[in-house]
Design a protein around this ligand. Structure first.
Ligand SMILES: O=c1ccn([C@@H]2O[C@H](COP(=O)(O)O)[C@@H](O)[C@H]2O)c(=O)[nH]1
Length: 300
């Protein structure tokens, strides 16, 4: 099926609804707070309410795959229906699966989340680059072919990641990036920028997005990365429950447009909130109010 590239569809959705991405994270404590049992029936009801309440109000929904997998095949069945319901309702979806493996296995992961005929097909998937950004090629290629997107972990929001992501690595240099020592997180961004540059103006425009957490930085909340050449969307977890604020998003990434840290043609920047928004449920009205309030502050 031919569709507009993911980044273009995400930009449209952000322009219409605001930048917030709502995480569907059915933690046992949240199910309990909503008066539900932490079982498959509770999971199903919870997930359906989030999709119904937010459809038409939010640019992107991000189900956390782990919290469905924990229920085995029944949980994955709930996720499959949620992805279908969101698709039907016209909401973009990002499966937060954090996949990454050697090329042959990566092909299967890519098909599982990004193929048109896959039961779990989403509009985008999160990927882990620990086996090398090059190993993710099957997913990047399939995303280009099907008008979908990927978000690759660059600087995640958890403090434990610093030892790996802030380490200096020797990089051979490609595209505009210089040869020499480079922070690992920056080398991931550079590789994604190369991919996007190679597809600039084509059907794979902006396919490769990055995950840059709000809650870690070299100085204060400054993530310390050069994102100007990325040419793709940025997913920003860490808002709300992890301590980040809308003011932090503005301070770190700037307003969209020429003054943004992503340059005139970068982005969009999509901040994520799961627990903070979901804590407002189960009332649809309260969930929507939480989404609208956060979107208002993020764009205000
Ligand atoms: O660096 C990362 C990458 C992914 N996440 C995921 O985002 C949500 C955040 O949930 P909150 O309740 O808003 O804290 C969750 O699914 C994480 O796995 C992240 O937090 N940081």
């Amino acid at each position: 099926m031919s569709r507009e590239p993911f980044r273009a569809r995400l930009r449209e959705a952000v322009a219409k609804h605001g930048p917030l991405c709502v995480g569907i994270d059915p933690h046992p404590g949240l199910l309990q707070a909503w008066g539900l049992d932490a079982d498959v029936a509770g999971l199903e009801w919870f997930t359906r309410q989030v999709v119904e309440a937010t459809a038409g109000h939010v640019a992107l929904l991000k189900p956390q795959v782990a919290l469905f997998e924990v229920f085995g095949s029944a949980g994955l069945g709930v996720l499959e229906r949620a992805l279908a319901d969101a698709r039907e309702a016209g909401v973009l979806t990002l499966a937060d699966a954090k996949r990454g493996d050697i090329g042959s296995t990566m092909t299967a992961y890519a098909h599982a989340w990004l193929a048109d005929d896959a039961p779990l097909a989403a509009d985008a998937v999160t990927l882990s680059p620990y086996l090398g950004v090059g190993a993710l090629a099957p997913a990047l290629d399939l995303a280009v072919a099907t008008g979908r997107g990927v978000f690759v972990l660059a600087r995640t929001s958890n403090p434990e990641a610093a030892g790996v992501q802030s380490a200096q690595a020797w990089v051979a240099g490609s595209g505009g990036a210089p040869r020499g020592m480079r922070e690992v997180a920056q080398s991931v961004i550079d590789a994604l920028a190369d991919h996007n540059a190679a597809h600039h103006g084509g059907p794979g425009e902006g396919t490769a997005g990055a995950v840059v957490g709000l809650t870690r930085g070299t100085t204060g909340r400054d993530h310390g990365l050069d994102l100007a050449a990325l040419g793709g969307p940025v997913l920003v977890p860490g808002l709300g429950a992890q301590g980040g604020t809308p003011a932090d998003v503005a301070a770190v990434f700037g307003a969209p447009g020429p003054t943004s840290a992503l340059g005139a043609d970068g982005g969009p920047v999509v901040p994520v909130s799961a627990r903070e928004v979901l804590g407002a449920g189960p009332s649809h009205r309260a969930l929507r109010a939480a989404v609208d309030a956060l979107n208002g502050t993020l764009t205000g």
